[in-house]
Ligand binder design. Structure first.
Ligand code: NAP
Ligand code: GCO
Length: 259
């Protein structure tokens, strides 16, 4: 028996048209799972369906905003009717706004919290009843270095990702008895569209992160695939409320000493 096998499982990865979510969905598909994802526009969903098809994956895409509770509930009901009950939920959809806090509007702060923290609450709440009925479930919340650390200009994002760490622990605490495991995956700095502005040629942050990462490189979505399969599979059935950091060693490292 291969404990990492996802054959027969239905994985719903939010915001998985590209970036980390797309990478995780590909990994789950390679382990045998059926892939379901959502995005904000039909255009993005259609584009992603083509990309999945080109990668040999028959995915199921839905237009849904993770902050819209009615829309999420309707989408989960549609998925259950059209594909089947969700076994694995990955709360991946997220945004960041890099604005000095004293210049950030309350509306901007609220929007980040809404998508990055309220969204995972809404999506988890939508899938848990069927997971309880089915007798098992996996919820994986995509946390961040900012679940543990702060930095200039990302106050809303850090507050959301810190909250997501505790929401992860609380879901684990409240639903562990139903054989539902809720864990976090905490990527370090990963090369995706979200971090593209930080990786522009000569951007000081690019040099900073490479010096702050023992692996001395940016991560890729592929670096997250193995850890995500572990958290989505039977191999992690007694792992609950844990944040698995996949950061190349950032959280262990004080930073490269000046030469
Ligand atoms: P990304 O490239 O910006 O992709 C984010 C995805 O989420 C996009 O598909 C986006 O769709 C979708 N999305 C945004 N708001 C949504 C909403 N309200 N409803 C549904 N979908 C929505 O980001 P990423 O780098 O792949 O990051 C994915 C997750 O990993 C995020 O939670 C991020 O905070 C986290 N993370 C990223 C890094 C990193 O270094 N990249 C590190 C740690 C954690 P649209 O394109 O339609 O907007
Ligand atoms: C930033 C980056 C980070 C990454 C990630 C690190 O501006 O600091 O966007 O926040 O997205 O969350 O784990």
């Amino acid at each position: 028996m291969n404990p990492f096998d996802l054959t027969g499982k239905i994985a719903f990865v939010t915001g998985a048209s590209y970036g980390i979510g797309y990478g995780l969905a590909k990994a789950f598909a390679s382990a045998g799972a059926t892939i379901v994802f959502n995005d904000l526009s039909q255009e993005k969903v259609d584009g992603a369906l083509e990309a999945y098809k080109a990668d040999g994956i028959t995915a199921h895409g839905y237009v849904c905003d993770v902050t819209d509770e009615e829309g999420v509930n309707a989408t989960v009901a549609k998925i259950e009717k059209e594909v089947g009950v969700i076994d694995i939920l990955v709360n991946n959809a997220g945004i960041i706004k890099r604005i000095p806090m004293h210049e950030m509007s309350a509306a901007d702060f609220r929007q980040v919290i809404d998508i990055d923290l309220n969204g995972p609450f809404i999506c988890s709440k939508a899938v848990i009843p069927s997971m309880i009925k089915k007798g098992h479930g996996k919820i994986i919340n995509i946390c961040s270095m900012m679940s543990e650390l702060g930095r200039e200009t990302v106050s809303a994002y850090a507050a959301a990702k810190g909250g997501l760490k505790m929401l992860t622990k609380n879901i684990a605490s409240e639903y562990g008895e139903f054989n539902i495991q809720c864990n976090g995956l905490g990527p370090g700095y990963i090369a995706t569209p979200q971090t593209a502005p930080l990786r522009e040629d000569g951007h000081p942050f690019n040099t900073f992160i490479i010096g702050r990462t023992p692996a001395a490189r940016w991560g890729t979505p592929e670096d997250l695939q193995g850890p995500a399969i572990f958290l989505a599979s039977e191999a992690s059935n007694f792992v609950n409320g844990h944040i698995l950091y996949v950061d190349g060693g950032i959280l262990a490292y004080i930073g490269k000493q000046p030469k």
